[in-house]
Design a protein around this ligand. Structure first.
Ligand code: PLP
Length: 405
């Protein structure tokens, strides 16, 4: 399909929405992306012609739904280069994936053990580990973030010791845009016999994800941040690790057999999928990943990098503006601080000008505390954004700053 911006924009009906009488400029893709017709139609077609519960019945429609659902799993496995469909668990999203693994590790982490995360984690990859460590009297340790928004791998090596039981890190920061060297981190961790969990929420739509190459033990993402539906996501885990973890929830689907005394759990991946799954969501997510694949991730990376460079340059001219996070390797997420102004006030004015941009702590309060900022304005771009929209935004931002100073 290649990269044809006008064709791409036409795929997303919501982009023609007007806000306050102005053409919508949507720059909050880090929170969620919009959905192309290919995804909307896939979900709608499922409910129109294929809807049925999966894995349960002997009738034709149920077989069709089951095959579609399982084919989505196989597609995801291939998309992220997992070894087997057994390593792909469908979840509600990143948050549920982290909680699932943290719940499983509750049996494996005991008093005196240590878990390492970074200061730049989203609350989803922060609170589950914090609560697990509190409950089990383990210690949660934080790898600092340097001034440019990167981490120092030698500092990580210094933090690792015989008590370290897990390292959990975001692939890409939702605030700083930094792409973390997760492959190198896995190598360091594995040299010390430590498993690695990677939060790929911000990565799946913006970079190639190859879990075999990264060699992480767990990887997760949400469909809705990659042009797919809400309420569906993925947890990838190496079979060896998934087999060690207890089920996260109990009920139908996750059992092999039940009697009055005990239960034998189902095999992977079903052991972690209790209850009726989000079949339409899985099919919609498959459609979104196919959409990305058809355009080509390398084309997306190239295009988004042009947008990042263009926006960064444009913003330099705005009075009192500082960009938080200047890693060499980053996606088009630009966090902005404007001296003397509260991000919320600017965000409100921008909204009146039709520009949807995120303000606040971006579910990363510890990072804000470390940066000594109340919050930032965050521009997070996607494959359907354009230089024209960046121009509109830069003009609107300059105007808002003038109005507030
Ligand atoms: N991790 C990161 C880095 C994120 O940016 C987000 C959402 O913004 C999450 C986790 C949580 O994702 P979800 O709300 O889809 O579970």
């Amino acid at each position: 399909m290649g990269f044809k911006i006008n064709t791409i924009r036409n795929d997303f009906p919501i982009l023609s929405t007007k806000v306050n009488g102005k053409q919508l400029v949507y720059f909050d893709n880090g929170a969620t992306t919009h959905k192309p017709l290919q995804v909307i139609d896939r979900v709608s077609d499922y409910y129109k012609t294929e809807n049925s519960n999966v894995h349960r019945a002997s009738y034709n429609l149920s077989h069709i739904a089951t095959d579609l659902y399982e084919n989505s799993r196989k597609f995801v496995a291939k998309f992220i280069n997992a070894n087997s469909y057994r390593e792909i668990i469908f979840t509600k999203g990143t948050t549920e994936s982290v909680n699932l693994v943290a719940s499983g590790f509750s049996d494996l982490i005991t008093e005196g053990d240590e878990v390492i995360i970074t200061v730049m984690e989203h609350h989803s990859n922060f609170v589950p580990w914090q609560q697990l460590c509190k409950k089990n009297k383990a210690t949660l340790r934080f790898l600092p973030v340097l001034k440019d928004g990167t981490i120092d791998l030698s500092e990580l090596e210094d933090m690792i010791n015989f008590k370290t039981k897990l390292i959990s890190i975001t692939h890409i920061s939702n605030v700083l845009g930094t792409i973390n060297p997760v492959k190198k981190i896995s190598e360091i961790a594995h040299n010390n016999g430590i498993p690695v969990f990677v939060d790929g929420a911000q990565a799946i739509a913006h970079t190639n994800v190859d879990v075999s190459d990264i060699d992480c033990d767990f990887y997760c993402f949400s469909g809705h941040k990659a042009y797919g539906p809400m309420g569906i996501g993925v947890l990838y885990g190496k079979e060896e690790w998934l087999n060690k973890l207890s089920p996260y929830q109990y009920g139908g689907e996750m059992i092999s057999s039940v009697n009055f005394e005990s239960t034998i759990f189902n095999e992977l991946p079903y052991k972690f999928e209790a209850g009726t799954p989000n079949v339409a969501g899985a099919l919609g997510m498959e459609a979104s990943l196919r959409y990305i694949q058809d355009i080509g991730m390398d084309n997306i990376i190239k295009y988004e990098d042009t947008l990042l460079k263009y926006a960064t340059k444009k913003l330099e001219n705005i009075k009192g503006l500082r960009i938080i996070g200047n890693a060499k390797s980053k996606i088009p997420v630009i966090s902005i601080n404007i001296e003397g102004l509260h991000p919320f006030d600017i965000g409100t004015l921008l909204d009146q000008m039709g520009i949807a941009i995120r303000t606040g702590n971006h579910c990363a309060q510890p990072l804000m505390e470390a940066l000594k900022l109340p919050g930032t304005l965050r521009v997070s771009l996607a494959l359907y954004n354009t230089k024209d929209e960046i121009d509109l935004f830069a003009d609107a931002l300059a105007k808002a700053v003038d109005m507030l100073t």
